[in-house]
Design a protein around this ligand. Sequence first.
Ligand SMILES: [Zn+2]
Length: 229
Amino acid sequence: MAHAIKFHPGMSLLEQHAEGTLSADIALAVAAHIDLCPHCQQLSRDITTDLACQLAQQPVKTNNTDWQQMLNDIMAQPQLPKQATTMQQQVSAQQAEPIIVNQREFILPRSLQRLAANRCKWLQLGGIATAKLPAGNDYHISLLYIDKNTEVPQHTHLGLEMTLVLAGKIVDENGEYSAGDLLINSPDDTHTPRTMADEDCLCLSVLSAPLKFKKGLTRLLNPLQQFFY
Ligand SMILES: [Zn+2]
């Protein structure tokens, strides 16, 4: 990726991701960020190594024979040569079905591809389109496309909002976000995300509660809330 990613999940999120203790919906956003971010790929490898070391240092309750047998079994797992793995990943990236919206094609990070293949149909409102993904249990997960030169009306959050930029760029009052950047907003945050005149944007959106729109006529805000949630 040519540009540097500026907005990463915190260390605690990466640790919980490695431990497998995050809810599935949040883990999805973190995994997709890691797919796009070499920096967090390295951190995750380091965390996993640390966890493995900690586990190895814990006293083993089973007897020595079982432990040895388990190690033997693990070591006996066939390992693909590194070259082959890389080629396999390239093939699966090539085979991934692109997401088509507004006559634009996007290839998603590997961790999102299977889920995105089962997306609901795109709903469109002005320059904004959204397609719900079938994962959400506690959270609402969707792909969010914002055409060039388009503004999402100012809103705050009734819960947690995680937005991972998958392609293109958005800006809000707090900064500028490009592919790989992960924005985390809470009920304290109010913002007005928009795209620039020359670039559209595709995001993954994870919401724990509806957005709360702040401006405009009340009777128009309810449908808007339903559109995003
Ligand atoms: Zn990162």
